[in-house]
Design a protein around this ligand. Structure first.
Ligand code: NZQ
Ligand code: ZN
Length: 377
């Protein structure tokens, strides 16, 4: 177990924190206020941010889509250059924040921003980023990941950059109250699967990572159980649990297995299915197929998270599937698309993106993916 660790994002957690933006961004910086399809204009967040920027020079660019599109973000880059901005303030969920990371890293690049996603370009300087989180799910507000979709080819890919850490992230749980059930459920599931991808691998004996992950998973199971009676504290817990699930901490120095995400990204790219729903569809079937190699950790999860005593890893997988069903998620791809060539398209894209042998033991190849998809369609 060897690792270097830094997470430089300053977290400002709690009600009424949006006004702190006025102090968190230098008055010298020209700010680009980046947002999505307009939810922030209905729930008062737009006005709060605007008020906090009243002593700054700022510009705005709205219309970043869920599963953010390269084509839209390229327009934002041109607009940012025209206005010589220094700082990108992302106000939204994972999509807007990921979009800000693409913009910030591609800003000084002469070529196509997509080069970041293809691994052809690595930024050596970037614009500064800040985030006001409005949807708790991805952890993007304090990590280095960014997931972007190219409309032209239906490809969804990710990149990491040290410049992608926002300088600050404002987490005001009150902002989550305008989210509908679908997006809140997405948040619980995405955070749950993020934790699993760093936990459901093989025994490694790193106690802090294991037990902290189990704490997060237990918290998320509790939120699923109390979904219908949620209150202020529920929202605050979701915001912090989702942040902790993917801020880099629990994955330090331990094996990770992001296979569910890799397959899920292709499904979102092809069919526009919500990110978290692709995970809920794929993960239980992936775990069923890989139950033997993940047996030790599945049984540990059964005991420490679900509090069940079993020697059968498939019993634990069914607990996970039941958790997603209890949140009213359709767990079949055919509920989202009528395409008859799903398996062929997904396996072709995975191969194109270099995922030919993956998983923490590198046992997932095309044949395994075909089996997982067969169960998922
Ligand atoms: O666009 P607006 O109008 O703001 O509406 C959004 C959007 O339609 C709405 N919304 C957000 N906050 C709201 C709200 N509606 C009412 N009240 C609020 N407070 O919710 C919809 C979905 O937003 P989006 O940002 O797409 O959701 P999420 O945060 O789940 O982000 C998903 C994206 O992040 C990527 C996913 O692949 C997907 O593209 N991920 C990013 C990761 C990262 N950077 O580390 C890791 C994840 O695994 C994930 O892949
Ligand atoms: Zn995710």
């Amino acid at each position: 177990m060897q690792f270097s660790y830094i997470n430089p994002t300053q977290i400002e957690f709690g009600q009424g924190k949006i006004e702190k933006i006025s102090q968190l961004i230098s008055k010298e910086d020209r700010v680009l206020f980046l947002y999505g399809g307009g939810s922030i204009k209905k729930n008062g967040v737009y006005t709060q941010v605007k008020d906090a920027l009243s002593n700054h020079t700022w510009f705005e660019f709205g219309g970043i889509e869920p599963n953010p599109k390269k084509e839209t973000l390229d327009k934002a880059i041109l607009y940012a250059r025209e206005n010589r901005v220094d700082f990108v303030l992302a106000v939204g969920g994972g999509s807007v924040i990921d979009g800000a990371k693409y913009l910030a890293n591609a800003y000084y690049h002469d070529g196509d921003g997509w080069d970041l996603l293809d691994g052809k370009f690595i930024a050596t300087k970037a614009l500064k980023i800040g985030a006001v989180l409005t949807l708790a799910a991805t952890g993007s507000e304090s990590n280095t990941g960014s997931v972007i979709t190219k409309k032209q080819t239906n490809e969804k890919r990710f990149f990491h950059s040290p410049f992608s850490y926002p300088q600050f992230a404002i987490l005001d749980p009150d902002v989550l109250k305008s989210l509908d059930d679908r997006q809140l459920v997405n948040g619980v599931v995405d955070a749950f699967v993020h934790t699993c991808e760093q936990y459901l691998t093989q025994p490694h004996g790193a106690l802090a990572q294991d037990y902290y992950s189990e704490g997060l998973l237990r918290g998320l199971v509790e939120l699923a159980k109390t979904f219908e009676s949620r209150d202020d504290l529920w929202h605050a817990n979701l915001m912090w649990l989702a942040n902790q699930a993917l801020n880099g901490l629990i994955g330090l120095g331990v094996p990770q297995d992001w296979a569910t995400h890799f397959i899920g990204h292709e499904l979102s790219g092809l069919y526009g299915i919500d990110h978290a729903r692709t995970l809920a569809i794929i993960q239980p079937n992936l775990l069923t197929i890989l139950a033997d190699e993940k047996k030790d950790k599945l049984l540990q999860m059964g005991e420490n998270v679900f509090k069940i005593n079993t020697s059968d890893p498939l019993v634990v997988v069914e607990k996970i599937r039941a958790l997603y069903s209890s949140l009213n998620i359709d767990l079949k791809i055919s509920s989202y698309t009528e395409d008859k060539e799903i398996t062929k398209k997904v396996t072709t894209l995975l191969e194109k993106h270099g995922f030919t042998q993956f998983g923490d033991r590198e046992t997932i190849d095309k044949t395994v993916v075909e089996k997982i998809l067969e169960k998922s369609i």
